[in-house]
Design a protein around this ligand. Structure first.
Ligand code: ATP
Ligand code: MG
Length: 423
């Protein structure tokens, strides 16, 4: 046999048995986004590399070590590691946000060269939202309320909690950065080489270190919330008040800074303890400077992205009552001269009349015994049987594959009504 070729590490196939759950999760996401009046956008998977470097920031983990980048003749291109940069690029390019407000969403694959493990892959999928043109905290609240509604629909609301912080203006962050660096410089003995490098390049990222000794010291570090500018402080207070008034619980986490450079003011994450180390299912925040930074007319922005693999894993873990439908509802078996044509005609009639049902035609020959084995395996509720005598009498035998009901013979013109009464 020829040597087989395998998928790339960290890039997964979605099997026929897994896809119904994926489709169900995606449908819940779409329904919630549509119910808030948001519009879908679709961007390319490949963008020019400088877009990500400029938007996300050169010294972030994503840009410095996780991007899939290649040369296409003399242009450097990157497989998108996230959706915000491409969405902002498209919005500027097509004038979507010029003197206009937009509430947009997208769903699709993202690529990051990370060490694959449960909940962390090299090709993964995000559903994301970006809202442009609204500066006030009501929209920050709406995004959080929208995600909370989705968790309820997915049946995971008891297993996720909201972490909230404000990282203020660029200037407030620069002031805080100096204070944090001055504090951390006294504790360099506890730091790994990588953390020492971060201290110089991106010290705020040290706040979410996994190094326990350092975590303890950080409890006494200066707090970003104490360095906020007045406007950010007021924005944050209003957001908290809105969330209080609709009964959404949150924990203010002063160490939450998020990994990408473009954020300001609000940042948030929905986290779970049910998935081990990869506990963040959704993260987002405000990025009021990004549109201008990428060459557009200044416009505020706020958004989030959720990891669909982690949501699917969480749903599998905690929600046992998902109404997953079998792909096949009706299976047609037939044997004998001329029965194939009769079966084809009947199957097409059912598909026209009842397009919501999955109707499968056997197609692969063999005796009735073999055909019924396939019908059982398909998960269908009903088998329709056409033998030579049924064909000659314009009849069909209907058999309930899940048991419970006697098999019966129906005139062919009564079949549609009968099927309809069974689903
Ligand atoms: P993490 O801290 O887990 O690395 P992140 O801060 O890098 O997450 P974001 O850039 O905020 O992640 O992306 C939003 C969401 O996308 C994450 O909360 C997570 O659910 C999902 N996600 C990010 N990277 C991966 C990955 N490599 N595999 C699967 N899901 C991912
Ligand atoms: Mg990451």
């Amino acid at each position: 046999m020829a040597k087989t070729i395998q998928a790339i590490r960290g890039m997964n196939d979605c099997s026929p048995t897994e896809s119904p759950l994926w489709q169900w999760v995606e449908t819940q996401v779409r329904e919630v986004l549509n119910s808030y009046g948001y519009s879908e956008v679709r961007m390319p998977i490949v963008e020019s590399t400088p877009l990500f470097a400029r938007a996300i920031g050169e010294v972030t983990d994503v840009v410095s070590k996780e991007m899939y980048t290649f040369w296409d003749n003399d242009e450097q291109l990157t497989l998108r590691p996230e959706g915000t940069a491409g969405c902002v690029r498209a919005a500027i390019e097509h004038g979507w946000i010029y003197n206009n407000e937009q509430r947009l969403w997208y769903m699709g694959p993202m690529f990051r060269h990370e060490r694959p493990q449960k909940g962390r892959y090299r090709q993964f999928h995000q559903a994301g939202v970006e809202v442009f043109g609204i500066a006030n905290p009501e929209i920050d609240a709406e995004l959080i309320i929208l995600t909370a509604r989705l968790w309820k629909k997915l049946g995971i609301d008891q297993h996720v909690s909201l972490q909230l912080n404000s990282i203020g203006s660029l200037e407030a962050r620069a002031n805080y950065r100096s204070a944090l660096v001055a504090f951390l410089e006294q504790h360099q003995a506890l730091m790994s080489e990588e953390e020492k490098e971060r201290l110089i390049k991106n010290p705020l990222r040290i706040l979410d270190t996994k190094n326990q000794a350092l975590q303890q010291v950080l409890d006494d570090a200066p707090k970003l919330l104490d360095y906020l500018d007045d406007e950010s402080r007021e924005h944050f207070a209003q957001l908290c008040a809105l969330l209080d008034s609709v009964g959404i619980a949150y924990e203010i986490n002063p160490k939450l800074v998020r990994g990408l450079d473009y954020y300001n003011k609000t940042v948030f994450e929905w986290v779970t303890s049910a998935l081990g180390a990869q506990g963040t299912v959704c993260g987002g925040g405000r990025y009021d400077g990004l549109v201008e930074q990428l060459g557009g007319h200044a416009a505020p922005g706020v958004g989030f992205a959720m990891g669909l693999e982690r949501l699917v894993l969480l749903v599998q873990e905690v929600n046992a009552s998902i109404p997953l439908k079998s792909a096949v509802d009706i299976y047609l078996v037939y044997q004998g001269e001329g029965t194939a044509l009769a079966a084809f005609q009947l199957a097409e009639k059912i598909r026209s009349a009842l397009p919501q049902l999955g109707t499968m035609l056997h197609c692969s020959g063999g005796n009735f015994k073999k055909q019924f084995r396939r019908a059982d395996k398909s998960g269908a509720t009903l088998a329709l049987v056409i033998g030579e005598s049924e064909m000659l009498n314009n009849q069909v035998v209907v058999k309930h594959l899940q048991g419970g009901v006697e098999q019966q013979t129906l005139d062919i013109e009564k079949v549609i009504d009968y099927i309809q009464s069974q689903f």
